[in-house]
Design a protein around this ligand. Structure first.
Ligand code: SF4
Length: 397
């Protein structure tokens, strides 16, 4: 049976609901939900799809905005800027504008979570798995740009919902999501949101597992064929072509297989081979212990970049690591030196593209990509041999 939304009733002393507020008067499965494909949505998208479908929304009516692009910003974000200075946050105006402007598939609900913490494979081994504060605050910040000079959401009959979500605490996340979504989704119960959060987290975990298995297969191929792989050390949203400028795609075009630090294999046999001696000697508490290189381990994405740097240093077939970071990223700046030292200290090639923004320096990126490809062609064999000689025996790959 379809679950129908109710329109809020007005009564004596109760004012008429504003346009753009109140529950949505449509069956749940007909509601079109827009999600801006930005920031940590890049690493949690499966959670949101799992959550919404478990709540009865139709997966075919879940709309993600397009990749970030200059055209998107120009056409849909112009005049909507707010105060944030870091590039990935600024770009969100274009995503909001694009979702609001959709004529053919108009959205009813713009769901833009303020993700406070993230489920991370390093959870329990680090101090915390917080999102960057700018990531967390971005939805409210960007929303302000669509309220100046009139409510752009109300004008399109779109509800904007931006719940604070503590994604590494499922019970709390369920309470936060229920409190926010019940304002626009009629009849939504706490129990169904609790169940839907579990479904979302399971689907996210299954997706991550699949990606990690693919990374392991890639490393097995490299080990069998004596070929180098390249590891990208970046935030999840550097996968967005408009944020990361597809540098890793250009590198892959030179025949180098590419791994991302978010999806490295975590299999017990591999991690024991890589870190077992350090654990036995008491230098590390576990393969996920970062205290030897990064004691202030509060930020999920930063922790994972540091862990990826350690992985690059110890994995013989990762012959090169490429670091990406965005313009005005205050979170990344303190990590530049430690990451470079960890990688280079193992003899692994290290290249860094910092302060990436909209002024895509196509010419200089192309030259640097060719330089990296040349180094990999000429140096990989020796790098792999030296790293294998330094690694423990019995590699499971
Ligand atoms: S991590 Fe850096 S680039 Fe990303 S939102 Fe935070 S400050 Fe901006």
């Amino acid at each position: 049976m379809p679950r129908w939304f109710e329109t809020r009733l007005s009564g004596p002393g109760d004012s008429q609901p504003e346009v753009g507020a109140g529950v949505i008067a449509k069956p749940r499965e007909l509601v079109r939900v827009g999600l801006p494909r930005v920031l940590n949505l890049w690493s949690t998208h499966q959670f949101w799809i799992g959550l919404l479908t478990a709540l009865g929304f139709d997966a075919r009516r879940i709309e993600f905005s397009s990749d970030t692009s200059e055209e998107q910003g120009r056409e849909h974000g112009k005049g909507r800027g707010t105060v944030d200075c870091c590039y990935p946050v600024k770009c969100i105006s274009g995503h909001y504008g694009e979702l609001l402007a959709r004529e053919k598939r108009p959205i009813d609900l713009l769901l833009s979570p303020m993700i406070q913490t993230l489920p991370s494979f390093l959870g329990g081994h680090v101090q915390a798995s917080l999102a960057c504060p700018r990531v967390m605050a971005a939805p409210e910040n960007i929303k302000a740009g669509f309220l100046k000079g009139g409510d752009a959401f109300a004008a399109r009959h779109v509800r904007h919902v931006a719940p604070l979500v503590t994604l590494d605490e499922p019970d709390l996340a369920a309470r936060q999501l229920h409190a926010a979504l019940k304002e626009v989704v009629a009849g939504l119960t706490a129990a169904e949101v609790r169940r839907a959060v579990q479904v979302g987290l399971s689907e996210l975990e299954a997706f991550n597992r699949q990606m990690r298995q693919a990374s392991r297969r890639l490393l097995e191929d490299c080990a069998r064929e004596g070929r180098p792989a390249l590891l990208v050390l970046a935030r999840p949203y550097h996968m967005d072509p408009g944020i990361g400028h597809e540098i890793e795609v250009d590198l892959q075009g030179h025949g180098v297989p590419v791994l991302w630090s978010q999806y490295l294999p975590l299999d017990e046999d591999l991690l024991q081979w890589m870190y077992g001696a350090d654990i036995a000697a008491g230098r590390l508490k576990s393969p996920f212990d970062l205290s030897d290189v990064w004691p202030s381990s509060y930020s999920a994405n930063t922790n994972e970049i540091l862990w990826g740097a350690k992985f690059a240093a110890r994995m013989p077939w990762v012959a090169c690591a490429v670091r990406l970071s965005s313009y005005e990223c205050g979170m990344d700046q303190p990590t530049y030196t430690p990451v470079q030292r960890i990688v280079e200290g193992s003899g692994t090639l290290f290249f860094s593209f910092q302060d990436l923004d909209s002024t895509k320096p196509a010419g200089s990126v192309k030259i640097r990509v060719e330089t990296i490809a040349m180094y990999l062609r000429t140096r990989s064999r020796d790098i792999i041999a030296a790293k294998r000689a330094a690694a423990p025996p019995g590699c499971p790959l």
